[in-house]
Design a binder for this molecule. Structure first.
Ligand SMILES: [Zn+2]
Length: 139
């Protein structure tokens, strides 16, 4: 496993990722929806990896639902950084991480443009279940 750490600017939200492959083999997905474009976000995830999210002060974290409102965008409301997205189903949390918040983001592969807004709700969910971290600890 390849450990990668990250978090928001002020340190309220911290991330520990374990990736199955070297970072260079992941192509961050630059989503073309209006919300993600305004944050210049691009996402990485690994269905075979693990993700640990530690929120030190819950009162300074927030979630925002946009688009189809199925997923929750996770933000630090103290420093304003967009951490990634969460999807909860069947007692499980799936998640994807904004590559801008991880250490050595430049070690990842070339970004690819994606347009999930064109997918139906069902297609989005099945894509998230295939691509996103499914071993997620939120503390
Ligand atoms: Zn913060």
């Amino acid at each position: 496993m390849h450990p990668v750490s990250g978090g928001c600017y002020c340190g309220n939200i911290q991330l520990d990722l374990q990736l199955a492959n070297a970072p260079a083999s992941y192509q961050p997905r630059a989503c073309d929806c209006e919300f993600c474009r305004k944050h210049a976000a691009a996402y990485i995830s690994d269905a075979r990896g693990t993700l640990r999210i530690r929120i030190n002060d819950q009162r300074r974290s927030g979630t925002y639902r946009q688009g189809s409102e199925l997923a929750e965008m996770l933000l630090c409301t103290h420093c304003g950084v967009l951490i990634g997205a969460l999807y909860r189903a069947e007692g499980r949390i799936y998640a994807t991480v904004n590559v801008r918040v991880v250490e050595r983001a430049e070690s990842f592969g070339v970004e690819q443009a994606v347009s999930p807004k064109q997918l139906s709700a069902d297609a989005k969910v099945s894509r998230w279940k295939d691509l996103w971290f499914s071993s997620v600890e939120l503390a």
